[in-house]
Design a protein around this ligand. Sequence first.
Ligand SMILES: Nc1ncnc2c1ncn2[C@@H]1O[C@H](COP(=O)(O)OP(=O)(O)O)[C@@H](O)[C@H]1O
Ligand SMILES: [Mg+2]
Length: 319
Amino acid sequence: MISVQNLSKLYGTFPALRGVSFEVPTGQVLGFLGPNGAGKSTTMKILTGYLYASGGSANVDGIDVEKNPVEVRRRVGYLPETNPLYADMRVDDYLRFVGEIRGVKGRDLRAAMDRVIASCGLQKVVKKGISELSKGYRQRVGLAQAMIHDPQILILDEPTSGLDPNQIVEIRDLIRSLGANRTVVLSTHYLQEVEATCDRILIVSGGQLVADGTHRQLCDMLPTRKVVVEIAGSADDVATKLQSAFPGARVEKLVTDPAIASFRVEQDAGAAGDMRGTVADLASKNSWKVLGMRQEGSLEDVFRHLTYDKGAAAAQGAA
Ligand SMILES: Nc1ncnc2c1ncn2[C@@H]1O[C@H](COP(=O)(O)OP(=O)(O)O)[C@@H](O)[C@H]1O
Ligand SMILES: [Mg+2]
């Protein structure tokens, strides 16, 4: 369990964190999102006892990170954004070295090494020098070092940044399996990653929390609802009929092939009901052959709505 209360951080006079509060219950996988400079890494460094806060408090399993950083680090595995590794060491030597620093010894250390080598898929590279490894394998070594002392909490700062699409999928699967029986806080810029791996999402912007909830709850924060429907044939009257079924909505014809009529209907979130039901009723009444229908309104829209639109509006207000 992680508890952060009214956390603030000044770098000189620059406020990187401005009163951030949240809790992460045991076993949850939390996605930590925000544009560059939002304060994600700063929060993670404070949580792992590598940086002091300027105000507020952070506790891990009830232990204050500032008063007892050593005890906190025993419980937490941390993969920093920069993933600092000793390039001239072999993978096995490096993991042994990190294990020893964390106080794992003898038979326990050998068992711990076997465990992280297996769970991070490092069997093929244990005898290789770290400098010879691909970026994907280096991230695996970074995860392995974070877990060598078998912590129940993992704090991973952009674990998939800079990886190619295949490596991203591999590391994402790995994180999902690690998260099955651990508490994980994960920062990332890949929004699909959050949808695929996280139980809950926090969005920070300008050192403040701007959203906290499940993927569904965050999407419900969007000011409009959108449905895209595809109907076979040219269906000339579709737009008119959609417009009268959704008074006040924006009905937009999407360009696809001439054999398919494709429309987006967008209305205020306040309007009642699931739009898809209304479209389905309309289709059956008019014998439209519906080829596809989907709700739009993704985490990407939420992210932009909360971090970009507001930033742009604030900047315009200031100008
Ligand atoms: N050591 C530092 N000294 C001064 N400013 C810093 C330092 N570290 C981070 N910052 C600033 O604090 C803000 C938050 O940074 P960071 O926590 O790294 O954000 P994120 O990880 O979300 O990109 C940024 O504006 C960054 O430039
Ligand atoms: Mg960062």
